[in-house]
Every structure is written in structure tokens, then in C-alpha cells.
Design a protein around this ligand. Structure first.
Ligand SMILES: [Zn+2]
Length: 224
């Protein structure tokens, strides 16, 4: 058997020992009670940025949608196969998710192909070419406002603009805006800097991304 596949099977055996070879594991509860995740994350398919690993989550914690460049299409009333929209609907309308987090990252290959126009080589019938049209507004913002920046900076900025555009597209879904207006659903846009390990959050009021810092150990916990 190929080494790559053997490595996977070894990983599965470790997983199985941890979650299934003991009694009363978290999986037994998840099977008995069903999944009740509070968080839905829309992440890139990039192999380096698995949100469950970056967030140190356990099975049952995250409902995850992954696609090229973590894009969200606008709400469309047609009869096409809308994978991302269907997963959003399932998470929000069926599971009652409380937070939707767009999880972008730096050095995104999807964003890079968009800026370098290399996806266009795939031809007009390419699924990738069509999909990346969703990030056109972000691409155009780079052309208009950041033409002088280096390609490295452009990729980071384009990823951030694309997150803001996807946040806008999320709000075109009627069952999302309804829940946001009722304060039963919150929308977030996070960007993970892979080179520094820094997580940033979009501040909609200030139109900027800020580093998310967790409280230091030993910091005050009580509030009055
Ligand atoms: Zn990516």
C-alpha cells in the first residue's frame, strides 16, 4: 500500500484508540445526543488551515464548510446546485447555529490565482474560473486602490477584501438577516496569518482587521 495511505490509516488507528477504545468517550455522547455545534466556520480547502486544528476543537464543536478561498455566493433563487448555500441553510436553519465565522488566511492559493489570472487558463467552462468570479469585487479593489503594492501584499489585502465581500453576501440570505436582526445569530470575519500565527478579526465600524488577543493566564476574571 502506498506510504501516504498507510500514514492515514495509522492516524485513524490513533484516533480510534482515543475516541472508541474507551468507555464514555465524547463520541458516545455525540452519537446518543446528536450534534449541537454553536459555531459554523467557512474555511478554505487549503490543507494548511484546517479550522478544527487551528482552533484546537474537538468532534462536535464546529460545523465546517470548506471551499476554494472560503468564498460565500450571494443568495440566488435558481435551481442550481448550491453546495455552500445548502450547508449554510442546514447549519443555520436545521442545527440552529449561533455564530457564522468566515475563516480566511494569508498566502491563499485561490486568491493568488485570481490576482495572477492563472485560473483563466482553465478555460471558460472551468468550475474554478466561475467560482473565483465571487471574489471579483476584491480583485477590483486591489486594481483600483493597491496597484503599487507588492504581489505578497496584494494577496493579503485581496483575501481581506474578499472576506468583507463574503460577509456582505451572507447578509443577502433572508434567513440569515432575520436571525441577525433578532440577535440570535452573529456574523464574524477572521483572517489567519499563517506566517506569524496571528488571528485577526474584521472590525466593521472601523473597516479594519485587528489581532484577536486572548486574556493572559492569571488576568482578572470577575466582573462587577
Ligand atoms: Zn486559501
Amino acid at each position: 500500500m502506498q506510504k501516504d495511505i498507510l500514514t492515514l490509516i495509522e492516524g485513524y488507528q490513533t484516533f480510534r484508540e482515543h475516541y472508541f477504545d474507551k468507555e464514555n468517550t465524547a463520541f458516545a455522547d455525540l452519537v446518543r445526543e446528536g450534534q449541537r455545534p454553536k459555531i459554523l466556520m467557512i474555511a478554505c480547502s487549503d490543507s494548511r488551515v484546517d479550522p478544527a486544528i487551528v482552533m484546537n476543537c474537538q468532534p462536535g464543536d464546529l460545523f465546517v464548510i470548506r471551499n476554494v478561498a472560503n468564498l460565500v455566493p450571494p443568495y440566488e433563487e435558481d435551481l442550481s446546485y448550491h453546495g455552500t448555500s445548502a450547508a449554510l441553510e442546514f447549519g443555520i436553519c436545521v442545527l440552529g447555529i449561533r455564530h457564522v465565522i468566515l475563516f480566511g488566511h494569508t498566502q491563499c492559493g485561490g486568491i493568488q490565482t485570481l490576482l495572477e489570472h492563472s485560473h483563466e487558463k482553465c478555460g471558460p467552462k472551468s468550475f474554478l474560473t466561475k467560482w473565483m468570479e465571487l471574489a471579483k469585487a476584491a480583485h477590483d479593489a486591489i486594481t483600483e486602490y493597491h496597484a503599487e503594492s507588492s504581489m505578497e501584499e496584494k494577496i493579503i489585502l485581496c483575501g481581506q477584501y474578499s472576506l468583507i465581500n463574503s460577509l456582505k453576501n451572507l447578509k443577502t440570505f433572508p434567513w440569515i438577516t432575520e436571525r441577525v436582526n433578532q440577535n440570535s445569530l452573529s456574523l464574524h470575519a477572521w483572517n489567519f496569518d499563517m506566517s506569524k500565527g496571528i488571528l485577526e478579526e474584521y472590525d466593521e465600524k472601523e473597516n479594519c482587521f485587528r489581532a484577536i488577543t486572548s486574556p493572559l493566564p492569571g488576568s482578572l476574571k470577575a466582573s462587577f
